[in-house]
Design a protein around this ligand. Structure first.
Ligand SMILES: N[C@@H](CCC(=O)N[C@@H](CS)C(=O)NCC(=O)O)C(=O)O
Length: 374
């Protein structure tokens, strides 16, 4: 644990009165005898009693995963109550790694502004919710981030009938009513980009909504000139919600921000972090090696020793070192699939393709890369 994080943890314990309570002051008058030794011992016990979230999830038997529930192709609550999408599948993957079954997930739908409070309160174990890894979220909000699962960037969407085209840019939204959801990087980025436009740019009318669905409805009705969010969200909404009498266009071609999306969990739980991170890496390594949910049964550990280790097919597996069963990632790939399967089945239908994007494999010019399973 880094010094800063250690002090944050200590500060949190002091705030909760946990250290005081643990110091064995049974007299009730605030005096204790040999406090130093007791305090040290008891603090360690507290840390052990708290343990890792991994143990809690194992004994609960399911993962509680925070998602959007209304992010097209990423996490959508269906009429039958199930949750589908790229983010939802990553929740399933972590559940499969920890519990042995991808079905052992409780999905909790959260708006953008609810998500961090909910995570901090322990209402959810992890967020897979279109969440951008930023410096302040990583350092100031008590969170940690796992590997980026989708490299995104913020764009704008307007109507062709209003004069917007793929060649439009921020300079073309002068005076526009720009709509998005509250509690996002999106609102900050677009305000900052507008403020950086030179003299002669009058500004934008930024309107934020608690639910992104309401921002989209206002865009459809014409109350908003521009809808803005992560490019993937715009592509998804255009694919499923563009009315027959409107033509929407997404711009600029180069996004106005970087939005690396991935899992976020509470800080200072290295074991749980390892499990989430290596679950994501397992899907990426399987993709690199061409192992899918369909062909995993024919992996030869002698010919492919890295896969043998990762899938628990030999004696030299490493999963039990992180509190998982040896076949944890075998369960992930066989039940949920590799990165490409997860990407393709959820994102291709709305027109998001890996080829030529930052989400291509590193061997094909993209950024999807995992450390070795060794
Ligand atoms: N990646 C950005 C934005 C995430 C976000 O929540 N975006 C909006 C628009 S895609 C949202 O509410 N998404 C869920 C939805 O589409 O309902 C962040 O982490 O702040």
């Amino acid at each position: 644990m880094g010094k800063r994080k250690m002090w944050q943890l200590l500060a949190a314990l002091l705030t909760l009165g946990m250290i005081a309570a643990a110091c064995g002051d049974s007299s009730g008058d605030g005096t204790t005898g040999d406090t130093a030794g007791e305090a040290t011992t008891t603090t360690v016990e507290l840390a052990q009693a708290d343990g890792s979230l991994l143990d809690t999830i194992k004994s609960r038997g399911s993962l509680i995963c925070g998602v959007s529930g209304s992010a097209t192709a990423f996490s959508e609550t269906q009429a039958d109550g199930t949750t589908t999408g790229f983010d939802a599948d990553y929740c399933r993957a972590v559940a499969a790694a920890i519990t042995g079954s991808a079905d052992n997930v409780q999905f909790v739908s959260l708006t953008a502004s609810q998500r961090f409070t909910s995570l901090a309160a322990g209402d959810v174990d992890v967020l897979f919710r279109n969440t951008t890894w930023t410096q302040s979220r990583d350092t100031d909000l008590g969170g940690d981030f796992g590997p980026t699962t989708y490299y995104d960037g913020q764009q704008l969407m307007g109507r062709v009938s209003d004069g917007f085209s793929a060649a439009s840019g921020v300079s073309d939204i002068d005076g526009a009513t720009v709509c998005t959801s509250a509690g996002t990087t999106t609102e900050k980025n677009v305000a900052e980009a507008a403020s950086l436009e030179g003299d002669g740019f009058g500004g934008i009318n930024l309107t934020t909504f608690e639910a992104f669905d309401d921002a989209v409805d206002s865009f459809i009705s014409g109350s908003c000139d521009i809808l803005t969010t992560d490019g993937s969200g715009l592509v998804g909404r255009k694919a499923v919600q563009q009315p027959a009498d409107q033509e929407w266009v997404i711009f600029p071609a180069t996004p106005i921000s970087k939005e690396p999306l991935g899992p976020m969990y509470r800080q200072n739980d290295s074991l749980f972090a390892d499990v989430v991170n290596w679950t994501v890496y397992a899907t990426i390594i399987a993709d690199e090696k061409g192992v899918t949910s369909a062909n995993i049964g024919s992996v030869d550990p002698e010919a492919e020793p890295e896969l043998g280790r990762l899938l628990g097919l030999g004696d030299d597996e490493i999963q039990t070192k992180m509190g998982l069963s040896a076949d944890a990632f075998h369960n992930v790939i066989s039940q949920v699939g590799n990165y490409d399967e997860i990407y393709s089945r959820n994102l291709n239908p709305v027109g998001l393709v890996r080829d030529g994007s930052a989400n291509a494999r590193w061997t094909e010019g993209g950024l999807i890369y995992a450390p070795p399973a060794r």
